[in-house]
Design a binder for this molecule. Structure first.
Ligand SMILES: O=C(O)CCC(=O)C(=O)O
Ligand SMILES: [Fe+2]
Length: 350
C-alpha cells in the first residue's frame, strides 16, 4: 500500500483547501437529507425528559426505540460542567500538532489511542475525521505523552465521565427492558465453560473530531454504521452533523441542543430484544465553516470477552423462536469486523 502523503494524513485535514480524491465520496440522492419542504423533515428522534415519572419515560423510550432505535434525553443527571470538561479536553487534544497526536496512535492490537475510525477499512474512500479511543487503562500513558503536566486532571475527567455514563447506561437499559416487559434479571448472561469471563472494561469512550471541510457535500465524516454496543450515549458539540436513518424517512438530522444527549441502540440490544428493537444506522456529516466534536460512550454492559449474548427467553415467549444464536461479545466483534453490515445475517437462526 502506498504511504499516505503527509498532507492528507488525519490530523492535517483542517488545513486542506481542496478535497483530495481519496476523500471524495460518490453520494447519490438517496444519501441526502430530505429537503426542508418535505413533511417528514419535521420529525426527528424525540427528546425524553428523564425527570418525568418512570412509567411515562419508559413508555416514551419504548416508542422511540421501536420507531427509531434512538432517542435524546434531557435532565439525565450528567452535569454540564463534566460535559464541558470532556469537550474541552477533546478540543485541546485534537488541536495538537499531528506529530504529537501520532505519538499516541493506537497500536495494531491495542484499541486505546489516536487514529482513523475503526470502520475505515470497510470503505474505499477516507473519512473526514480523526478520533481517540479510550478502551482500557493504557490511555493514561497516552495522556502522559500528550499532557506531561496536566494528565492527572485529564485522567480524572475521563474516569468521572466513565463512572457517570455507566450509571446512566444502566438506568437507560432498565427503562428499555421495562418497555419490553422484562427486567435485567431476565437476561441470562451466560458464560462459555472454562472461561473466566475476563472483563474488557464495560464502556469505552470515543472522542471524535470532524475538522472544517472545503467540500462537505462530497465528504463523509463517519460513514453509515450501527454501533457494536448494547447502547451508546453521545454528546455532540454545538455543531450539527449526526444523522440517523429510518426506512420511512431516509436520513434525518439530529441537531445538537445544550445538555441534551443522544442514545443509540446498538447491535447487542437488538440481539437481546430478539430483533424487536433495531440498532440505529447513523453517520456524521461535516461542515464548511465549523469543526465538530462528539463524544461517544460505547456501552457493552457486563459483556466481558466471554459473556454470551442471546435473545432474552422471556421476550421470545414460550412458543416463539429465537431469531439469533448465542454469541460472545468477542465473537460478535470478530464477525462484525469481518462482514460489517451483514453481521446479523451471520448469526441468524432462520
Ligand atoms: O459524531 C457523531 O455524531 C457520531 C459518532 C459515532 O457514531 C460513533 O462514534 O460511533
Ligand atoms: Fe456510532
Amino acid at each position: 500500500m502506498p504511504p499516505i502523503a503527509k498532507e492528507i494524513c488525519i490530523g492535517n485535514l483542517g488545513n486542506l483547501q481542496t478535497l483530495p480524491d481519496s476523500f471524495t465520496w460518490e453520494l447519490t440522492s438517496a444519501d441526502s437529507v430530505i429537503p426542508p419542504s418535505s413533511a417528514a423533515v419535521k420529525e426527528s428522534i424525540p427528546v425524553i425528559d428523564l425527570s418525568d415519572p418512570d412509567h411515562v419515560t419508559t413508555n416514551l423510550i419504548g416508542n422511540a426505540c421501536h420507531t427509531w432505535g434512538a432517542f435524546q434525553i434531557a435532565n439525565h443527571g450528567i452535569s454540564q460542567k463534566l460535559l464541558d470538561e470532556i469537550e474541552s479536553l477533546s478540543k485541546t487534544l485534537f488541536d495538537m500538532p499531528s506529530e504529537k497526536k501520532l505519538e499516541t496512535a493506537s497500536s495494531e492490537k491495542g484499541v486505546s489511542g489516536y487514529g482513523e475510525p475503526r470502520i475505515s477499512s470497510f470503505f474505499e474512500k477516507k473519512m473526514w475525521s480523526e478520533g481517540f479511543t479510550i478502551a482500557d487503562g493504557s490511555y493514561r500513558n497516552h495522556f502522559i505523552t500528550l499532557w506531561p503536566h496536566d494528565h492527572i486532571n485529564n485522567c480524572r475527567i475521563i474516569e468521572e465521565y466513565k463512572d457517570e455514563m455507566e450509571k446512566l447506561a444502566n438506568r437507560l437499559m432498565s427503562s428499555i427492558l421495562g418497555s419490553l416487559g422484562v427486567t435485567v434479571d431476565d437476561i441470562e448472561w451466560g458464560q462459555k465453560p472454562g472461561n473466566s469471563g475476563s472483563k474488557v472494561g464495560r464502556g469505552a469512550i470515543r472522542l471524535n473530531h470532524y475538522p472544517v471541510c472545503p467540500e462537505p457535500e462530497r465528504a463523509m465524516g463517519l460513514a453509515a454504521h450501527t454501533d457494536t454496543t448494547i447502547l451508546t450515549i453521545l454528546h455532540q458539540s454545538n455543531t450539527g452533523g449526526l444523522q440517523v436513518f429510518r426506512e420511512e424517512s431516509g436520513w434525518v438530522n439530529v441537531e445538537p441542543s445544550p445538555g441534551i444527549l443522544v442514545v443509540n441502540i446498538g447491535d447487542l440490544f437488538h440481539i437481546l430484544s430478539n430483533g424487536k428493537i433495531p440498532s440505529v444506522v447513523h453517520r456524521a456529516k461535516v461542515n464548511h465553516t465549523r469543526s465538530r466534536i462528539s463524544i461517544a460512550y460505547l456501552w457493552c454492559g457486563p459483556a466481558g470477552d466471554d459473556v454470551e449474548i442471546k435473545p432474552i427467553p422471556k421476550i421470545i415467549g414460550p412458543v416463539g423462536q429465537s431469531l439469533y444464536r448465542s454469541v460472545t461479545w468477542k465473537e460478535y466483534l470478530q464477525i462484525k469486523y469481518k462482514v460489517f453490515d451483514k453481521a446479523f445475517d451471520a448469526i441468524r437462526t432462520r
